[in-house]
Write a protein that binds this ligand. Structure first.
Ligand code: ZN
Length: 411
């Protein structure tokens, strides 16, 4: 994003505050905020990564005295030490303000009834949706995850108008509502979906089966939590609340800024966070900046829907393959389901990309034709030719968690 003189001032103030905490005091020896006069100087500062935050476990990230810390949250590390983020009263206030702005951007108001299914507890999901809804002044139904029967009963009896969920749980609820014939007894008009990567086909199914408008909400525990950005009614990328944060998009391999509009890794600096300020934090999320103003009129810049994580992208025969791009291209091919898997192997000195996809078709000739179509579309959109193989619906493994779709067997 653009760095104005005002942004630079705010970055200097944020850096000055961060350096008062032990974490950046140790990480940036000899650096003073007053030394940063230009964007290029700011971009010389080292990045902060998730492993650095892990190293500060349990409370090493705190940049304020303990009496000012009201709450901690912890990110859902699948392995190893968790990351703990301390919040001051102002941090929680700012988060609530940003989140209520998300609701308003999605057309949600005080008369709505907000059904919250993400989990409450150490992680930031459920509690973030709650905080924002309370700031907005809407009624919340703090369900948390699971017990689908109870979810549907409450949704019907309390006439919930807004669903907050992960994409996979929204799909599960949509399918149950369809199966039980509840569609006419459900009052949902909107759904706010957490920012895991999800394809167009899944989006279309959820929207159609629930009969709702969908909004993508962005966030990560390290930077407040969900609610630091959201898509608007124009559904063209997510507006980022740049009065609270500064972002960059970098080449994840070299660490240098990408050209405008090019895909890269999102890096965030917090501008007014007190408890655990972060400077140039590598989110690992891949996206690009969208040019120009949004027709909705919001004065905040937009990033594109996430296309994956920088740890997921792979290089095959010199071409970068992003899972999000594969989702996108398969969504454009008729008779191909949203489920696929890529296996990359190295045989006889050559890289081979095998693409398995599910299809409802069974006729042998039709399957051959479909495989050729998928190969051509892949070549056109990604730039290399895979070996495409059709499999029956339901044959590829499913998981409750975000499923891994690319398997690199070369190393
Ligand atoms: Zn907009």
């Amino acid at each position: 994003m653009e760095m104005t003189a005002e942004t630079l001032d705010r970055i200097r103030a944020a850096l000055d505050h961060a350096l008062q905490g032990g974490f950046y005091h140790t990480r940036f020896p000899g650096i003073r905020a007053g030394d940063i006069h230009r964007r290029e100087e700011f971009e010389q500062l080292p990045f902060t990564g998730k492993d650095d935050l892990r190293g500060a476990y349990p409370l090493g990230l705190a940049a304020v005295p303990e009496e000012r810390i009201l709450r901690i949250h912890s990110s859902s590390g699948t392995t190893g030490t968790p990351v703990i983020i301390p919040y001051t009263r102002k941090d929680l206030d700012d988060w609530a303000d940003m989140f209520s702005r998300c609701y308003r951007t999605a057309g949600v108001g005080p008369r709505d009834r907000i059904h919250i299914t993400p989990g409450y507890g150490l992680w930031t999901a459920g509690i973030g949706f709650q905080l924002g809804a309370e700031r907005l002044g809407a009624m919340t139904i703090p369900m948390g995850p699971g017990s689908t029967d109870k979810q549907l009963t409450m949704m019907e009896d309390l006439r919930s108008t807004v669903l907050c969920a992960t994409s996979s749980y929204a799909l599960l609820l949509a399918e149950e509502i369809e199966k039980r014939g509840l569609r006419n007894r459900i009052c949902l008009s909107r759904a706010l979906i957490g920012s895991e990567r999800w394809g167009e086909k899944m989006r279309a199914r959820i929207a159609a089966e629930l009969g709702v408008e969908l909004y993508d909400i962005y966030g990560l525990t390290e930077i407040y939590g969900p609610g630091i950005g959201i898509s608007c009614r124009c559904a063209c990328g997510m507006h980022m609340w740049t009065d609270y944060l500064y972002y960059e998009i970098i080449n994840p391999r070299t660490g240098t800024p990408v050209s405008p509009g090019e895909t890269g890794e999102l890096v965030i600096t917090t501008l007014c966070k007190e408890g655990a300020p972060l400077i140039r934090y590598r989110t690992r999320d891949l996206t690009r900046e969208l040019p120009g103003d949004c027709p909705c009129g919001l004065p905040f810049p937009r990033i594109d829907t996430l296309i994956g994580r920088s740890d997921d992208m792979v290089k095959v025969k010199g071409t970068m393959v992003y899972p999000g791009r594969v989702d996108e291209l398969l969504a454009g091919v008729k008779d191909v389901s949203s489920e696929y898997q890529i296996q990359i192997d190295h045989l006889n000195g050559r890289d081979i990309l095998n693409l398995f996809f599910e299809t409802p078709l069974t006729d042998k000739t039709a399957l051959k034709g479909l495989e050729k179509t998928v190969e051509a579309a892949f070549k056109e959109k990604i730039g290399l030719t895979p070996k495409a193989m059709a499999v029956a619906m339901g044959e590829l493994p499913r998981s409750e968690k975000k499923s891994t779709r690319i398997f690199d067997n070369r190393y």
